[in-house]
Design a protein around this ligand. Structure first.
Ligand SMILES: C[S@@+](CC[C@H](N)C(=O)[O-])C[C@H]1O[C@@H](n2cnc3c(N)ncnc32)[C@H](O)[C@@H]1O
Length: 424
């Protein structure tokens, strides 16, 4: 098989796996990279086609239905999905897309004539088809159900974000490091706070300026906010229950706190260790389920960045809407509540628990906090203080946002954080 067709065949296999299993994109991609010895150019192509295909699955569904009235098999659908994405949304060369798609169709023993005919029609009507908007009816029912619990304007923001690519948001240990970075780079950037910025152009994270100096990490703006907006967040005894890959731990360490770092998953702890080392932070990681922590020692601040559906990161992880299986919406609610209750036993009086999830679903956010406060009358909500982006903090004082774009064109993830103060 020709190289172009081989990379597209990998795209096909990865898309099928994401549709049918709970496979993680990066892991399947890595297997293909090793097996076919892909170059960084091939890898970029595979990444771009897989992710854009998933992001535009909604529109492509509408387009295919226009040209084929009969029900088509999964191989043909996925082949058309990636080919149409390449033609309409990635503007790849038409002959390369059609030829390799036909070759793969023959290889898969699915109707190559049918694929060829549809792609020819798409090319003829390219401009018109590019204008097709997202159709709510093509979204999974479970997602529409959750979406309907949000206000109309928030629903629209979420739907808009489904087609969008994420940006790269960088957080620095201090303003001094941000200044050094800016003085060195030649590409466009937008500062988002005194310690953070986004850059619009990069190929590999490792090639970004001053990577090996260990002065910055990647962390979304909204995920940075809970600690960034916390006043007097220094010289405290903190425990981070759910630490990997490390964003909140790094912020805590950069603010001169004494941090106990806990992570349950061994593989993720290895990534965290690597990240800590690059950033020149020398702290041990306790690989443990936080629920089993010894209760002798008490802390002034407890960070719970709990496992969740991660629906807030839909731009970075769009496959949640693509998979055939249900999103397992309630998978983490019990763990989230157990972590909150455990924190209640480890917090000092006047200490603060910061509960966070990258989700905007009610059952992982506000409902969990209400439930916790009902059962733990010795805790009160401490409101986050509004900053320049006031809309991100709700009337209860929670950081509570859906994926959206700020006034300065910075795209942020959906995120939730509540600060609970023990007040006996
Ligand atoms: C949302 S991620 C944390 C992100 C991290 N705080 C950051 O800022 O980069 C949740 C993490 O919690 C870990 N985790 C889940 N349940 C846990 C538990 N019971 N005890 C400790 N860690 C847990 C997961 O393995 C995962 O690495």
């Amino acid at each position: 098989m020709q190289k172009g067709a081989q990379t597209r065949r990998s795209v096909h296999i990865i898309l099928c796996a994401l549709k049918n299993n709970s496979d993680v994109f990066e892991e399947i991609l890595n297997k293909h990279i090793i097996k076919y010895k892909y170059s960084s150019r091939d890898i970029n192509l595979i990444q771009a086609v897989v992710l854009e295909s998933i992001r535009y699955n909604n529109q492509v569904k509408t387009i295919i239905a226009k040209y084929s009235k009969k029900k088509i098999n999964e191989d043909s659908y996925i082949l058309l999905l990636s080919a149409i994405t390449q033609l309409l949304y990635l503007n790849f060369k038409e002959y390369a897309v059609v030829n390799s798609s036909v070759e793969i169709a023959k290889n898969l023993k699915t109707s190559s004539g049918f694929i060829n005919a549809i792609l020819k029609k798409i090319i003829q009507n390219k401009k018109k088809l590019q204008e097709i908007r997202m159709d709510k009816n093509n979204l999974p029912k479970w997602f529409l159900g959750e979406l309907s619990k949000l206000k109309k304007d928030k629903q629209e923001l979420v739907i808009k974000s489904i087609n969008e690519k994420p940006q790269l948001h960088i957080v620095f240990k201090s303003n001094l490091f941000l200044k050094k970075f800016i003085s060195e780079i030649k590409y466009d950037f937008t500062t988002t706070s005194k310690n953070s910025l986004i850059i619009n152009k990069f190929n590999k994270i490792e090639n970004i300026a001053r990577y090996n100096k260990g002065e910055w990490w990647i962390q979304d703006y909204s995920a940075m906010l809970p600690i960034y907006l916390s006043k007097n967040f220094n010289n405290k005894e903190i425990i981070d229950f759910c630490a990997a890959p490390g964003g909140k731990t790094f912020q805590s360490l950069a603010n001169n706190n004494k941090v106990s770092v806990v992570e349950k998953d061994k593989k993720r702890a290895i990534i965290l260790r690597r990240n800590l080392k690059r950033l020149n932070f020398n702290v041990p990681i306790e690989i443990k389920d936080a629920i089993n922590l010894n209760e002798n020692k008490k802390y002034e601040v407890i960070l719970i960045d709990a496992p969740c559906t991660a629906i807030g990161t839909i731009r970075k992880n769009p496959e949640i809407l693509f998979r055939k299986t249900d999103a397992n919406l309630y998978k983490y609610t019990e763990t989230q509540m157990n972590l909150l209750n455990k924190a209640a036993t480890l917090i000092k009086n006047n200490g603060e628990i910061i509960y966070m999830v990258c989700s905007f679903f009610e059952h992982e956010t506000t409902r969990q906090i209400k439930k916790f406060l009902n059962l733990n009358k010795n805790f009160v909500v401490k409101k986050f203080e509004k900053n320049e982006n006031e809309d991100l903090i709700d009337d209860c004082g929670f950081i509570n946002t859906v994926p959206c774009t700020l006034k300065n064109n910075v795209k942020i993830d959906g995120f939730f954080a509540a600060k609970l103060k023990r007040n006996d």
